[in-house]
Design a protein around this ligand. Structure first.
Ligand code: HEM
Length: 336
């Protein structure tokens, strides 16, 4: 399984260029916030319940046995802040993200900046908008170079599909990994499917209507949220390519298999202490056991760029801080 479809030196140089551009934007627009996915709709605690009767081939890594992991789940908009001190309105065209951090995970990790965690990061679309890190660079250049812009039409088409989706509650939509990952010696993509789907054509006026919708269903109406966590297994390079996250792995070629349930109980979450926890958390596909290591050029670029950028509230995630997160999670549970 390849790590990138680009030569090593090119992959490294382009990753540094993406990181530098993102850091510059972050310095300008929100040094205390994430470079992208800056706006959170909520950071929620939940349980990730691994299925009991999994096929032997899928019993790998965190899916080895029917365990229940405590989890933090963050819902976000994809963009950077609008300007310093101002996050974009939910009415702006944007992608929606979902990031899951499992806790109490045993085993040595790929990176050593966190212990006992496993992250899964997704967007609300089955494909990503660039093929590799070169595409990310070209996208930035397309604004000033018409030739590059012409070659980026497929990227613009995907961005338009993502940003024209009407989302009324982040807890009621599907999310996909878009890029592939290892599952032991196999390759997979993963996705979540909500038990409750809301498809409406109009959205409220408020510019924070997505957080408000989550407060309304999860806190006020006391409705828990549940998602099936699903995997698709690699078939062949034509139907399920590793190196082209712009190509969908179709369900008819690689059927979705349920491997776990994510349960997010009814809870209060719209308060300052939780928001501080949210800002201090760092989600990365590279916070992983080797059995679930990310694959392909886009994922490789994330190894450097999605490790938490310097922030005043950066949380070193070691045994001590992990304990704090578990205590905070238990306390939230007890408050119900
Ligand atoms: C070249 C490719 C990519 C780059 C350079 C990149 C960069 C970043 C950066 C810098 C962050 C903020 C990290 C932080 O400060 O904590 C981030 C967050 C995020 N990225 Fe990416 N990303 C890439 C690809 C992807 C892909 C393929 C997905 C699809 C699932 C994705 C989904 C997300 C999500 C959902 C978050 C928010 C995580 C959270 O809630 O903290 N990214 N990305």
């Amino acid at each position: 399984m390849s790590a990138s479809n680009l030569p090593d030196a090119a992959q490294a140089a382009m990753t540094d260029a993406v990181l530098a551009a993102n850091l510059k934007t972050q310095q300008e627009k929100g040094p205390d916030l994430r470079q992208v996915h800056a706006k959170s709709h909520g950071c929620l605690w939940g349980e990730f319940i691994v299925e009991e009767a999994l096929p032997e081939a899928l019993k790998v890594g965190i899916f080895s046995s029917a365990q229940t992991y405590p989890a933090w789940v963050r819902f976000s908009n994809g963009s950077e802040p609008e300007q310093r001190g101002k996050l974009k309105s939910d009415h702006e065209p944007d992608a929606r993200g979902m990031a899951i951090k499992l806790m109490n995970v045993d085993g040595k990790k790929v990176l050593d900046d966190e212990e006992k965690t496993q992250d899964f990061i997704m967007l609300n679309h089955p494909v990503f908008f660039v093929r590799n890190v070169q595409g990310y660079i070209d996208l930035a250049r397309a604004a000033t170079d018409p030739e590059i812009a012409k070659s980026m039409q497929p990227t613009f088409a995907i961005l338009k599909q993502i940003s024209s989706k009407v989302v009324t509650n982040p807890l009621h939509i599907e999310y996909w990994s878009t890029t592939p990952y290892k599952l032991g010696s196999q390759a997979i993509k993963f996705a979540v499917h909500p038990h409750t789907e809301t498809i409406e054509s109009t959205v409220p006026d408020s510019e924070n209507y997505l957080r408000e919708a989550m407060v309304a269903s999860l806190t006020e109406a006391r409705q828990e949220a549940r998602f099936d966590f699903l995997v698709q297994v690699f078939v062949d390079e034509e139907k399920t390519p590793i190196e082209d996250p712009m190509q969908e792995w179709k369900a008819e070629d690689a059927p979705y298999i349920k491997v776990a349930t994510l349960r997010i109980p009814s809870q209060p979450f719209d308060f300052e202490e939780r928001k501080r926890l949210d800002e201090g958390l760092s989600f990365s596909p590279w916070h992983t056991l080797p059995d679930h290591e990310p694959l392909g050029s886009v994922n490789l670029a994330r190894k450097k760029s999605t490790r938490r950028s310097p922030k005043p509230v950066a949380t070193p995630f070691n045994s001590a801080s992990e304990n704090l997160l578990l205590i905070s999670l238990r306390r939230s549970k007890a408050e119900l």
